[in-house]
Design a protein around this ligand. Structure first.
Ligand SMILES: Nc1nc2c(c(=O)[nH]1)N[C@H]1C(S)=C(S)[C@@H](COP(=O)(O)OP(=O)(O)OC[C@H]3O[C@@H](n4cnc5c(N)ncnc54)[C@H](O)[C@@H]3O)O[C@H]1N2
Ligand code: MOO
Length: 400
């Protein structure tokens, strides 16, 4: 049985991802979205020379021994001084207020001694002191946030400062989830002796939600061709962008997912990858729908979603692929087999920085070991194992 190398599988999947489709959303709805168009500044920021301090706007050259400047008015934020400054004059000014023409420095009030309408200052400022020059933050035409950036709180504050009421972002896919298996029951159900709680969709939905317009959980399909077919037909009728099944991906008599998908006109791009966990992953398309058939084992499902589906979703949104993390091992790794191993690991903080502690559990059905897993160490095929301290590649599980 030939197993597809991981890179070839990722390349085959990425080749099926459609080009970014832009849409416009108001700023308040843009958190977490990926920009589809670079945001350019349409004004200068600050829009005028602004005071950075509460104090006095002066002409620096006037502050010479024996000076006494005449106070001629006030400039407040939102209500600038209407005139300009001549030699020997100063204007009371507050933080954020426009610096009047003629002034070239602001002196904070702690360094000023007012006496009636005359003011003296402790020392001569350098020209430009405590003034935020027009356009110093950004200038009209500047590229503020590049297409492909993900909008978080910082970026949204910048977009608002740039006076953008709405942003052009990437349209997100609609994702459908379907668990398969006669043994599965929903969390909270009484368990018969041969039953298992269906957990996969409860991990996959939140993992994929940040990339999706919606993630619809279609529950559990039984290992019965007619029932599975009916369920899949109703899912396909809603034309999801992506369908993710879990379970029934292997070679057992009840592993019917692939057969039924093929009957329904799915074109299979590949099945079975040279990796563990996750070997029986299948991928295909039906019309515009991308279909991922994940293995049922809980660790395999979460690992294959991390390794294959998340890169597809990042490309879908035009978000740049993130580099793997290179970190030292906090404990040794054992020798690997012919299949690439995506090894659960915990990120531990040491006095010299973060390190990866391999989780020794390798059973792909061992759910509880997932809860401590922050990272997946990528252990190469036939790797002889590595001692503590050596640097290895890894994927951060919780990263976008
Ligand atoms: N003869 C062979 N047997 C198996 C092979 C093989 O190559 N030859 N591959 C093994 C590998 S590797 C994997 S991975 C599994 C994958 O099998 P399936 O995708 O067919 O998964 P199921 O048999 O349906 O389930 C496996 C396991 O996971 C539990 N499960 C299923 N769905 C869920 C769910 N939604 N939530 C929680 N747990 C779930 C299920 O009860 C089983 O225990 O095949 C090996 N066999
Ligand atoms: O690939 Mo399976 O997921 O090793 O158990």
């Amino acid at each position: 049985m030939s197993l597809l190398p991981v890179e070839a599988a990722i390349a085959a999947i990425l080749a099926r991802v459609p080009a970014v489709r832009p849409e416009i959303v108001v700023l308040a709805d843009a958190n977490g979205r990926v920009l589809a168009q670079t945001l350019f500044a349409t004004h200068d920021q600050p829009p005028f020379n602004a005071s950075a301090m509460d104090g006095y706007a002066v002409r620096a050259a006037d502050i010479t021994p024996g000076h006494r400047l005449t106070l001629i008015g006030i400039s407040q934020a939102g209500a600038g001084f209407p005139g300009s400054l001549a030699a020997g004059q100063c204007v009371r000014i507050f933080t954020g207020a426009p610096v009047p023409p003629g002034a070239d420095a602001v002196i904070m009030q702690e360094e000023a001694t007012p006496n009636g309408n005359l003011v003296t200052f402790a020392e001569q400022p350098k020209p430009g002191r405590s003034i935020r020059a027009i356009g110093n933050d950004f200038a009209t035409g500047d590229a503020l946030i590049e297409a492909g950036a993900r909008m978080g709180p910082m970026q949204l504050a910048v977009a608002a400062a740039a006076n953008a009421p709405a942003l052009t972002v990437a349209t997100r896919p609609r994702i459908a989830l379907l668990a398969t298996g006669d043994e599965l029951v929903l969390p909270g159900s009484p368990l018969a002796p041969d039953q298992i709680v269906a957990s996969n969709s409860f991990g996959l939905a939140p993992m994929l939600a940040p990339y999706a317009a919606e993630v619809t959980d279609h529950g559990i399909a039984r290992d019965d061709r007619a029932a599975l077919r009916a369920k899949l037909e109703s899912i396909f009728a809603a034309e999801p962008d992506i369908l993710i099944t879990t379970g029934g991906a292997s070679v057992g008599d009840h592993d019917i997912v692939q057969d039924v998908l093929l009957e329904l006109g799915v074109t299979l791009d590949f099945w079975r990858i040279n990796m563990r966990p996750g070997k029986p992953l299948m991928f295909g398309t039906r019309g515009k729908t991308l279909i991922f058939g994940l293995p049922g084992n809980p660790v395999s499902a979460m690992v294959t979603a991390t390794v294959f589906i998340k890169p597809a979703l990042r490309k879908w949104l035009g978000y740049a692929e993130q580099p793997n993390w290179r970190l030292p091992l906090a404990g040794p790794t054992p020798p690997n087999s012919a299949r690439r191993h995506f090894m659960r690991a915990q990120l531990v903080h040491t006095p010299t920085g973060p390190e990866l502690m391999p989780i020794s559990q390798t059973d792909s059905g061992h759910t509880s070991s997932l809860s401590n897993a922050d990272m997946l160490i990528i252990q190469p095929e036939f790797d002889p194992g590595a001692p503590a301290g050596s640097t290895v590649e890894s994927i951060q599980i919780d990263a976008f």
